[in-house]
Design a protein around this ligand. Structure first.
Ligand code: E4P
Length: 217
């Protein structure tokens, strides 16, 4: 499974990238707001830091303006991925942009039928939002499983990018189901390493090691 980091904060991306954990980055208008940075400027900086795809989202909702904004975003860097809303105009733009050779990420997916449409529009990635469905007492992971089955039934190339991840369990379950990518907030990505038995075991090993009086090297 690939890990994308779900943030527009450069220092957070740098830290995780240095750990070798970042296969790509996703941003959205809310994350740009949180970063306090200009979208073009910060996206350019992120694209220069990571080798993988960096999703930047259009803000327009009509086809013509989406295409104008997409042209601006596409110029930022070679590893840019244009993020589009899951609407009829967004899907039309997706078809046109993928046909032109751009990477696309269709976002705000909450149903299997929406994901089917995105695959038919040639999306590089579909972003089903797990956490926001969970917030409504609907199991977001069921949606990942449905999309996996549909895409496998028809051999669609569109990759499932599990989004709106809130817990380490979301990451594990999305991996078990076979999502291609999880986009994970930095704190959740770092929390994946944690286990109390690892901490306890390490503490005991270090205590015993100190008693040996040895050093390595
Ligand atoms: C990423 O592409 C999505 O925009 C993001 O994961 C949404 O997460 P949220 O539901 O926590 O805002």
């Amino acid at each position: 499974m690939k890990f994308f980091v779900d943030t527009a904060v450069v220092d957070e991306i740098k830290e995780l990238n240095d750990l070798g954990l970042v296969d790509g980055v996703t941003t959205n208008p809310s994350l740009i707001l949180k970063s306090g940075r200009d979208i073009i400027e910060v996206t350019k900086e992120i694209c220069s830091l990571v080798d993988g795809p960096v999703s930047a989202e259009v803000a327009a909702t009509d086809y013509e303006t989406i295409m104008k904004e997409a042209a601006v975003i596409a110029k930022i860097a070679d590893n840019i991925c244009i993020k589009l809303p899951l609407t009829l105009d967004g899907l039309k733009a997706c078809k046109a942009l993928t046909s032109d050779g751009h990477k696309t990420n269709v976002t705000l997916c909450f149903s299997a039928n929406q994901a089917l449409l995105a695959a038919k529009a040639g999306a590089t990635y579909i972003s089903p939002f797990i956490g926001r469905l969970d917030d409504m007492a609907i199991d977001g992971l069921d949606l990942i499983a449905e999309i996996r089955q549909i895409y496998d039934n028809y051999d669609y190339d569109t990759q499932i990018l599990a989004a709106s991840i809130r817990t380490v369990n979301h990451v594990k379950e999305a991996a078990l189901i076979g999502a291609d990518v999880s986009t994970v907030p930095p704190s959740t990505l770092k929390a994946l390493v944690k286990h109390p038995l690892t901490d306890k075991g390490l503490e005991a090993f270090l205590a015993d090691w100190a008693k040996t009086g040895q050093t390595i090297g």
